[in-house]
Design a binder for this molecule. Structure first.
Ligand SMILES: *[C@@H]1O[C@H](CO)[C@@H](O)[C@H](O)[C@H]1NC(C)=O
Ligand SMILES: *[C@@H]1O[C@H](CO)[C@@H](O)[C@H](O)[C@H]1NC(C)=O
Length: 186
């Protein structure tokens, strides 16, 4: 019988290595977070990707760490994310990873999360209360090549809308129950 705990670290390593060597072939490139753009623990954070790459219309969003002692395997935080939304606000009830380094975001096949399509650069999660990175207040754009007025403007409004819609729809029975449960453990 195979010991699952022994298999998981190997799987993670394989995933990370595969993602690094495959360098996002045919998948939206994750622009932020990255080595310069961190997250803040127990706070709202942002994921931004190159949504002009329409090769994948829907993906699962996962968060993992290069150190299996920090987190054994990437965890799905959004089951089905639409590519066209271009960015995503991650609330602390979706991802509550601890402060530290070596974190990465992955986009994977929604029906098989070990089929990873895109991996971000590793990034740091800073302690609760840390300042957000400067870019976080700008409209989504990783580099000045994608920062033209129309591109960032059109990227910003749908993501703002979708975040609001997502929050609202998330406040169904399950969302309220989840908030209640989170409250119990806070
Ligand atoms: C899931 O994806 C991985 C990586 O591409 C692959 O090795 C595995 O066979 C897939 N599993 C299924 C059930 O398709
Ligand atoms: C903006 O683009 C120019 C030309 O490609 C480049 O030289 C410059 O370093 C870029 N600036 C930033 C902040 O990325």
């Amino acid at each position: 019988m195979v010991n699952f705990l022994n298999v998981v670290p190997a799987l993670v390593l394989a995933t990370v290595v595969a993602a690094q060597t495959a360098t996002n072939t045919g998948a939206p490139k994750i622009l932020r977070p990255n080595g310069d753009v961190w997250w803040v623990a127990k706070s709202q954070n942002e994921i931004v990707w190159d949504c002009k790459d329409t090769s994948r219309s829907v993906f699962t969003v996962l968060v993992g760490n290069t150190d299996v002692k920090v987190q054994t395997a990437p965890i799905a935080i959004i089951a089905e994310q639409q590519n066209y939304q271009c960015s995503l606000t991650v609330t602390q009830d979706k991802a509550n990873q601890a402060a530290g380094t070596g974190w990465f975001v992955q986009f994977a096949n929604p029906i098989n999360n070990t089929d990873v399509w895109s991996t971000s650069n590793t990034f740091e999660i800073k302690a609760l209360g840390s300042a957000y990175p400067p870019q976080a207040s700008d409209s989504p754009s990783g580099s000045n090549s994608s920062a033209s007025g129309s591109a960032s403007g059109s990227a910003a409004s749908p993501s703002g809308k979708s975040a609001a819609v997502g929050l609202k729809s998330g406040l169904g029975a399950f969302g309220l129950a989840a908030l209640g449960v989170a409250g119990l453990f806070a």
